[in-house]
Design a protein around this ligand. Structure first.
Ligand code: FIX
Ligand code: ZN
Length: 436
């Protein structure tokens, strides 16, 4: 699917727009509509240019992505300790040599790097990275960011912003200029999952909190959240949770969720994103690449959905085995919006399985994908893959519909694609308030 000439192929007359499409033309029409629709990427680890070095881009960052580091350690004799002692450039060279020169880059993540090089007409089979490095070094970040988002067919991305990240927080204190293409999210993992370490940081910032959450602690956590909602103007709050996540229980995690985070979400009219199912750091030697997956007991999610009908929840589960349950819960609770094929699920064979099941059980009332991009140019291949995976699935559903006796128009397809990749998220995050 050629992305460069996006506009040309989309114009059809009013008649064509409402004309029923023949079964043979369904696939190509769906492809055109997916191509022409500018998506909202509702979960990434990207940063607006104003955040400077926090935003990762370019060939060295693309190659040292933790997905590729995991694959590198399978094909290299180099120990993780030796790898971490190298410079970023030398790490990238080692990964390029091992995964792209000595081996064929056929995995999802390695193919992604090839797709990015190809999108910029750079050689994909060089013995080294000289030409690629020269190209990226020559790019001016502001223009490059806009071009990459345009190439990816993405009109807006949602960041992941940690108010307790010592590298990121100072940018917000300097009242960073909002960027229309980059929306903020208030990520609360350190507070919800790491309270025993984090409470001292809040206390040092003047919040009257303690480890036992006694006294004014919960009200002070709400004050912290309120301060950052005013500073960041987030579109939702978020946390990732282990596969062992239990709610309610007598942990600080449960208490902070139920007595601080969930009420603050209601106060500011923000959804809470729960990303459930991580086995954190099963191999710490691999650092970010050291996390794994576990099947979660979604009974905790059920309890949350039933207990807080006024709150809206964006939920992604990491385990393949939890996908069907999540779909069924979405049929029971309309304050649940399933989203994305997260992390280890973001592979075409699994995306296909999950998306078919969601369409069959939920129609278009879910968000099929997010990129989870950590490096800017990743949005190019992650969204290209999503479009090429989704096209036959949607075309199949429309073919079935027309066989059942209801013809499909371009208008239908545009409405559905827009709902799946834009308006479901925009409506879910559209009730933001300035709080009490
Ligand atoms: O918790 C998250 O937001 C995860 O997406 C990340 O922690 C993870 O490392 C990742 O990059 C997944 O794609
Ligand atoms: Zn993420």
């Amino acid at each position: 699917m050629e992305t460069k000439s996006r506009k040309a192929s989309t114009s059809v007359g009013k008649a064509g727009y409402q004309q029923s499409i023949s079964k043979d033309d369904l696939q190509s029409t769906v492809e055109h509509v997916l191509e022409a629709t500018q998506f909202v990427d509702m979960h990434t680890h990207l940063f607006a240019p104003a955040f400077g070095k926090l935003g990762l881009w370019g060939i060295d960052e693309l190659l040292t992505y933790h997905y590729l580091e995991a694959e590198f350690f399978r094909s290299s004799v180099m120990t993780p300790e030796r790898y971490w002692s190298l410079s970023r450039k030398d790490q990238a060279d080692a990964i390029w040599r091992t995964l792209f020169v000595e081996n064929t880059p056929i995995s999802e993540a390695t193919r992604g790097v090839i797709a990015v090089l190809n999108a910029f007409d750079l050689p994909t089979d060089s013995p080294d990275l000289t030409e690629a490095r020269a190209f990226f070094t020559a790019q001016r970040v502001e223009a490059h960011v806009r071009r990459v988002l345009q190439l990816a067919g993405v009109r807006r991305v949602v960041m992941t912003n940690d108010p307790l990240d010592p590298d990121e927080a100072p940018s917000w204190m300097k009242e960073i200029r909002p960027d229309p293409q980059f929306q903020a999210v208030l990520r609360l993992d350190r507070i919800i999952r790491g309270w025993s370490d984090t409470w001292r940081t809040l206390s040092s910032q003047g919040y009257a909190v303690n480890e036992r959450l006694s006294g004014k602690s919960l009200a002070e956590i709400r004050r912290f959240i309120s301060d950052w909602c005013h500073r960041m103007r987030p579109v939702y709050m978020a946390v990732s949770l282990p596969y062992t996540f239990q709610f309610p229980d007598d942990t600080s995690q449960s208490k902070i969720l139920s007595e601080a985070v969930v009420p603050s979400c209601r106060e500011f009219g923000l959804p809470l994103s729960l990303m459930i199912g991580v086995r954190y750091q099963v191999n710490p030697r691999l650092r970010l690449a050291g996390d794994a997956v576990g099947k979660a007991d979604l009974g905790s999610l059920e309890h949350i959905l039933r207990s807080y009908p006024e709150n809206r929840f964006l939920v992604s589960v990491l385990s393949r085995e939890n996908q069907h349950e999540l779909c069924v819960y979405a049929r029971k609770f309309n304050n649940l919006m399933p989203f994305g094929c997260w992390w280890f699920l973001n592979n075409p064979s699994i995306v296909e399985e999950i998306t078919r099941e969601r369409i069959e059980l939920l129609g278009t009332s879910f968000i099929p994908q997010h990129s989870d991009a950590r490096v800017l140019e990743q949005v190019i291949y992650k969204w290209r893959n999503t479009r090429s995976t989704l096209a036959p699935i949607l075309a199949h559903s429309y073919r079935k519909l027309s066989e059942e006796g209801r013809s499909v128009t371009r208008q239908d397809i545009e409405k559905d694609v827009n709902r799946l990749f834009c308006s479901n998220f925009e409506q879910w995050t559209s009730k933001r308030t300035t709080g009490n």
